[in-house]
Design a protein around this ligand. Structure first.
Ligand code: C5P
Length: 205
């Protein structure tokens, strides 16, 4: 049982994927974290994530990097988005994601191209969306709770730039699979979004 959860940054897809994994007793992989590790490692190497060879070299990041809190920052998200446009980077991360998806019993993966590229055979594909305003507002509250002083305008501009890059890249752009169920979380509370996702998966399995 493979469950694919795709969608843009701060749409709620991570929260939904974690909740689905707990509900169905499946392992969960946040694939964005892999791209974030590549972006971060690239900078640690003194490289530029816009350069394909620098970004590819950074795919050999140490496993311990996945535990680095800096990976969660907006800045690293931006680096990840830049590194993720290179087909060689996507290819380098493919096997790891594919193996995770194919483990016995199934798995939940969240990202941008799970339903379209990594696991097109997934039994349930969810595409989680929310308005830029709703996403910026959520990110704003989250960052302020962590003591980060960033304006709502800055966050909204960063989200819009990331959406644009993720949707317009040639290789595996952010797009809903044809058979994906779209969940719009703009006006949903956390528990409502989770309930909608569980109901959608139940209806497909
Ligand atoms: O989901 P998250 O914000 O952590 O992802 C960071 C960046 O990694 C995204 O903006 C996107 O460019 C890239 N990414 C991707 N494919 C995935 C997951 C993330 O290209 N499956």
């Amino acid at each position: 049982m493979i469950i694919a959860v795709d969608g843009p940054t701060a749409s709620g897809k991570g929260t939904i994927a974690k909740a689905l994994a707990a509900h169905f007793g499946l392992p969960h992989l946040d694939t964005g974290l892999l791209y974030r590790a590549v972006g971060r490692q690239c900078v640690l190497n003194g490289g530029n994530p816009d350069h394909p060879s620098d970004a590819l070299a950074a795919c050999a990041f140490p496993e311990s990097l996945l535990l680095d809190p800096e990976l969660r920052s907006e800045a690293t998200g931006g680096l990840a988005s830049r590194a993720s446009v290179h087909p060689a980077v996507r290819e380098a991360l493919y096997d790891r994601q594919r193996r995770f998806a194919l483990q016995p019993g199934g798995a939940v993966l969240d990202g941008r191209d799970i339903g379209t590229v990594i696991a097109p055979e997934a039994i349930a594909k969810l595409f989680v969306v929310a308005s830029v305003d709703a996403r910026a507002h959520r990110r704003f509250l989250e960052m302020h709770a962590h003591g980060r002083d960033v304006s709502l305008e800055e966050i909204a501009a960063d989200l819009a730039a990331r959406d644009e890059r993720d949707c317009s890249r040639k290789d595996a752009p952010l797009a809903a699979a044809k058979d994906a169920v779209v969940i719009d979380t703009s006006t949903l509370k956390r528990e409502e979004a989770i309930a909608a996702a569980i109901a959608a998966v139940d209806a497909l399995t």
